[in-house]
Every structure is written in structure tokens, then in C-alpha cells.
Design a protein around this ligand. Sequence first.
Ligand code: AHR
Length: 613
Amino acid sequence: TITVDPAARGAAIDDTMYGVFFEDINRAADGGLYAELVQNRSFEYSTADNRTYTPLTSWTVDGTAQVLNDTGRLNERNRAYLSLGAGSSVTNAGYNTGVRVEQGKKYDFSVWARAENGTTLTVGLQDADGTLATARTVAAKGGWAKYRATFTATRTSSDGRLTVASSAAAALDMVSLFPRDTYKHQSNGLRKDLAEKVAALKPGFLRFPGGCLVNTGSMQDYSEASGWQRARAYQWKDTIGPVEERATNANFWGYNQSYGLGYYEYFRFAEDVGAMPLPVVPALVTGCGQNRAVDDDALLQRHIQDTLDLIEFANGPVTSTWGRKRARMGHPEPFHLTHLGVGNEENLPVEFMARFKQFRTAIEAEYPDITVVSNSGPDDSGSTFDTAWQLNRDENVAMVDEHYYNSPQWFLQNNDRYDSYDRGGPKVFLGEYASQGNAFRNGLAEAAYMTGLERNADVVKLASYAPMFANEDYVQWSPDMVWFNNHASWNSANYEVQKLFMTNVGDRVVPSTATSTPAVSGPVSGAVGLSTWATSAAYDDVKVTGADGNTLLSDDFSGDASRWTHTGGGSWSVQDGQYVQTDEAAENTMVSAGDPAWHDYDLHVKATKRSGK
Ligand code: AHR
């Protein structure tokens, strides 16, 4: 029985409560949301990004060509360029299976070239079955200049290749091919199907650009003084201005990031989908498994100034230094930044808080209306009374970013997590969470959990599932909300749950009580799985009982164990009434086919680690 008192007034729910978190992980940006079809367009790939990379990764050469890094370069922030021999060509393989084009659609090609007067560049699109568009020629002459051409695809293909051939020796850089049809037709824009999936969620906010992407690496800048630092931390100023002047960088997740999708594009995207922008800047204390404070105080001061400049870039008038740069990029109106995160999953709470306070003091002095968001360190699914949280409370922090990734069971069992949070303490930004999987039951567990977030909407002010995107051929992290390749994208069950909540945000919680957990009818699943991380284990007395106490499945292993099947290998047998792994195989999951109908259930099992880890 559910009892609802319509006269009672629960917490008000903010329109911004549910949002999205975009991190460039799993090639979510280049090869994903950023619509550029050419991979390694500026020949900057290097072993600093990934040890398998070369400056010609994703390119093949017919004839002679070499990548140079010398004073003949396009500009000092774009160090490498291609020197193509007379009568030679280079071909780009795009992402996944190739360059994707759709019949009848237009594609904008551009290239920066330096060549003798009278040099002809011939540009073609083809796949194994032949041409995909009529070839174009451009006449290049003199010093570095940008040349353009437009293709109309005559066939649809996901395996296309883009070829640039030169009649005479030529230097090339920033070889680019963009679909004309980007999201909202923005230039340097976003892949439409992926952006539309985000827009369909009607997100209240957009957290970006990470994640571990943000708080790792050195804050040294990209300059001669720093030795043209590769693998430096994510610094927003690297990501704005003309794309050919955005120095590419190593991505924490093991590839190169072009920064074609940079801070201007993030702000613009937030605006286009009606979301509050919520950037995260590094706090100069590394997290994400790296347990050391990096960089010195001089850098810290520079970085605090960078953060103030970021706020000016977002909100400042066109007469201000950084507001003018925003206007020059095409957006004289402000982006209405109100919240800003400092740090992500910082491992060293004391060092972090010392630096966070310096950021907050500087920001509040100039911009008292900005909410500066702190964080509670890595995985905060345990106690809320650990050092990081205590420091946040002591320092009267306005809002704390919490993260956790757990089993569906954890989400079902912790629906009441925020019921006991201090109403007078910092508000919660649940910036990253997910149950471990993309199956229906994961979505269901997350939905159940979200009712607990919503019930506590006076404390939990913002919440976003993570990560958002994964290119199926370049996965560093799973599960993810939306999956894609170079021609298709598809939603997870988790996405549908987010959409359900995000497109139906209420105004106010109506308090209710239930006499018991409502039963869900109908058999949905017929299996029980047990996972072990031990390399040798023994199980006994497995028993699954429903909430009503009925036994749904039991096995004391007095007979054979034929009902159990395994993934992950290993040799298992019944010995003396126990189910025993007799080798040192890798971690293992065993599954019982059979009895249980869908139910709220308790699992009882005796498990013994026999040896190994
Ligand atoms: O969402 C993936 C990663 O999980 C994020 O980069 C990090 O913040 C967390 O550990």
C-alpha cells in the first residue's frame, strides 16, 4: 500500500537537477561527437599520446611524403606538417572502418597548404567499390593559405577514404572534411545523431570536459620555455581560437585530442541543448590513481588567473579581454556560467582543500555569484564522514561533487543514502554514477536509485550518469550511456532511464510511504550469477530467498553441479559437499539457469577463498 498525502510539501526539485557529463573518453570527442571525419588531420599524433602512434597514423602515402617539424611549420602551436613530394598523394582512413558519407549530402573539405605557384591539389573520396564523389581540384600558390572544396556524395559508404594528391611538392596541414549537416548547422560543429541524443534528454546541465581527463598531467603550458610540453594537463586556453592554432595534446585515456571540440564549442553545445554549462578545471592536485601533488605555487597562481579568465570568457562583456575573444569566435552574448567545478576525484584531501580555498577566494572576490564546486575524492560510495567530506563541511563548501560506480545491488540497497545527509551542510552534485552494466536490470536499479535522489532534492541538487559516450572500437571504460561507430549510434537501457527522469522533472516531491517493497510481476530473469575475483574459490549453501521468505533457489552441493555454467574458464567440481575451483584460472562468473522468477531477493552464500588473490 502506498500512502500519499497530497497536502504535504516535500523538497522542491530544480529544473537543472538532471544533466549530462561529457568526457572525452572512449573517443567521445574526436571520432565521436566532434564531426571531423579526418583522423590525425594535423599530423601531430606522437608516442606521447599512445606508444603505437606515429605522425602518419591513419595516413597512407603513395609516392614520397614525410612529416616535418621545423621552422617551415604553419604556426608555432601546430608543430608538425606534411611535406608531400611532386606527383605523390596521401590517403586518410578516418575512424572505425573509414570516412562515412551519405548519398546526396554535402561535405566541406579544407586544407592549409604551402606550394609553388601553379601547384594543383586534387582531392578525392572513394572506397573499395570506386568513387564516392566527383574529385575536386584546388590551385595552390605561395605561402601557407587555406583552400576549400565541397563534395556531394554520390553513394553512401562507411568505408570511405579521403585522398589528397599534389602535382608539385607541397606542404600540407589541417586536412579536414566536415559534414555540412552538423547539429544545428554550427561550423566546426557536432555529429548530428549523437548531439540529438543528448538534446533529447533535455539536460539541465552539461558537465565537461572530465573526469580524469582534467586532473592529470602537468600544468606546464605549451611553449618553448616548457619544451613544447606533451601530455600536459587539460588547460582551457589551449582549446579556443582558430582550430589550426589549438595545440593538440595527449589524452589521459590513451590517444590524441585535437581540441577541435574545445571550450567555445562546449559552451555553445550547452546553450544549443538548453543546459547550464558546468566546466571543471584542474586543481593542481592529481587524482585518478596518481597520488601526488604536482606543480608549484607559481603555476598555481597562473592557473587561478586562468580560471578567472575562463569566467570572463564565458560571461564577460565584449569589451573585456576574454569576452572579446568569445565575441570574435562568434558569440558576443555571454554564456551565463553560474557553476564551476575545481578538481575531480582528488586523492589528497588536505592538499586539495588548501588549493581549493585559494581558487574559491579568488573567484568569490571577483564573481560572488559563481558557485564553486568542490569534490569528495575518488569513489565516495562508502562513508560520508571521511576526511574529504569533513573538510568540505568544515570549510562551508557550497556543493560537493561525489562519484561512484557500483553493482546494481548496491544501488538497490542504498536508495536511502541521502535521507540522512546533513540538511545544513554542502549540497551534493552527483557528477558521476552508474551501476556496472548496460542491461535492463542496471537501468532498473538506477531508476530505483534515482527515486532516492529525487526524494532528497533539497540536498542532491545535480546528478549525471557517467560516462556518456563510447565508440565501440575504442573503448577504455564500460558501461556507457550511448554507443556508436562511424555510422550508427544506439541507446542503452541506462539512457532510457535517464531520459524518463530527465524529461519528466517534477516541481516538488510529494511525500509518500509504502508498506512494503512492491512486487514486480512476471518472470523477467531466470538466472542467478555469482562472481569471484579469487583465482581459487569454494562455494557452499547457495540460497536465494524472496522478500516474502520463499526460497527461489538453493544448492548445498550434495549432488552434482550441472545447473551451474561458467564464464571465464576454470575447473570446478563438487568435493565433500562444496563446489570447488580446482585450478588457478582467471576470475570467474558462475550462473545457475533455472528457477527464480523476478523478485526482490536476498542471496546467501558461503564462499571461501582458497588461494590466489
Ligand atoms: O567516467 C569515467 C571516469 O570515472 C572519470 O574520468 C573519472 O572522474 C572517474 O573515475
